[in-house]
Design a protein around this ligand. Structure first.
Ligand code: IPM
Ligand code: MG
Length: 357
């Protein structure tokens, strides 16, 4: 079977890390057709829109999307704000393509155990944040200003159907992993959280093999630092998942290590998805070969797992990453004494070497 992948390198370090992910995908020997399109600040520069129509059309005509990162100081103050890469690019692409399930695995890599800010032995973790991605306060209406701009408001809104579909995804993923699901909310305060609890409680009865628990978001933020190993699947709404996934990533040692998949419902047996590193565009180090491509490369592995349904090739890439790290090869963000600093593209080459070995 042959797949078509839309490549949206984006801004900042996006193009550098995406190039390495494409390099690694090509090295797997799988039959993939790549096509590139401008997105984010690059889309704005190209045709005045962060999500150009031709880019959206290409995405719709593809099986999967490989995204770098978007944003940077050049586009931070554009008006109206819908011209900015995040609000006018990232959020609408998720919504337009119905990519409601954001999967963000955070796993301690043994060779990097010292890179974690947590004390030795405390950082072992293998969890996945299942974040709702197209609803909640990032999308709710109305939003705006009143009283001459002195009062601002956003709306957090969820429908039962939105909570239902992401919850099912969470349980299905739990079944394939450690069979533990922790639903994180703020049900002592928020009405939307109480709806989430209701729905999760109902659906949990359909998955008796999974042990389900509930945790308040503030407690979860603390528990992640105290004992990250206690979690398997963390199921949560859009904003909480945004925050918790950054926190979890740091426990692995660097934001530069975390991949993500944003997926929709399967179409003719194929899971359509957008794959991107959790990190941002890091404009301060762009173009210097200092970016860590591992999050992008691991995102490509998630593409093989979810869209290509090729767990074996995904695992080959994951093993190649671990092997390169075992050889003490490091990008600057994860450098420690006794290791060798290499560039973004040298890291990509190292992974390809390991794949071929
Ligand atoms: C992320 C990012 C985005 C989000 C921003 C840039 C809109 O933080 O993917 O986690 O909040 O979803
Ligand atoms: Mg974020």
């Amino acid at each position: 079977m042959s797949f078509k992948v839309a490549v949206l390198p984006g801004d900042g370090i996006g193009p550098e890390v995406t190039a390495e992910a494409v390099k690694v995908l090509k090295a797997t020997g799988l039959s993939i057709e790549f096509e590139e399109a401008p997105f984010g600040g690059a889309g704005y520069d190209d045709c005045g829109e962060p999500l150009p129509t031709k880019t959206l059309d290409l995405c719709k005509a593809s099986d999967a999307i490989l995204l770098g990162a978007v944003g940077g100081p050049k586009w931070d103050n554009l008006e109206p704000i819908t011209k900015r890469p995040e609000i006018g690019g990232l959020l609408p692409i998720r919504r337009e393509l119905n990519l409601y399930a954001n999967l963000r695995p955070a796993k301690t890599l043994k060779p990097l155990i010292h890179a974690s800010p947590l004390k030795e032995g405390r950082s072992m973790m293998d969890l996945i944040v299942v974040r709702e991605l197209t609803g909640g306060i990032y999308f709710g209406e109305p939003r705006g200003r009143r009283d001459n701009g002195d009062t601002a408001y956003d709306t957090c809104l969820y429908t039962r159907a939105e909570v239902d579909r992401i919850t099912r995804r969470g349980f299905e993923i739990a079944l394939q992993r450690g069979r533990k699901l922790c639903a994180v909310d703020k049900s002592n305060v928020l009405e939307t959280s109480r709806l989430w609890r209701e729905v999760v409680t109902e659906i949990a009865t359909e998955f008796p093999q999974v042990s389900t628990s509930f945790m308040l978001i503030d407690n979860c933020a603390m528990q992640l630092i105290r004992d990250p190993g206690q979690f398997d699947v963390i199921l949560t709404e859009n904003m909480f998942g945004d925050i918790l996934s950054d926190e979890a990533s740091m426990i692995t040692g660097s934001l530069g290590l975390l991949p993500s998949a944003s997926i929709s419902d399967p179409k003719n047996g194929v899971v359509f998805g957008l794959y991107e590193p959790v990190h941002g565009s890091a404009p301060d180090i762009a173009g210097q070969g200092r970016a860590n491509p591992l999050a992008a490369i691991l995102s490509a592995a998630m593409m093989l797992q979810y869209t290509f349904n090729d767990t074996e090739s995904a695992l080959r890439i994951e093993n190649a990453v671990e092997a390169a790290l075992n050889q003490k090869l490091r990008t600057a963000d994860i450098f420690e004494k006794g290791t060798e600093i290499i560039t973004t593209s040298e890291m990509g080459d190292a992974i390809v070497r390991e794949l071929m070995a």
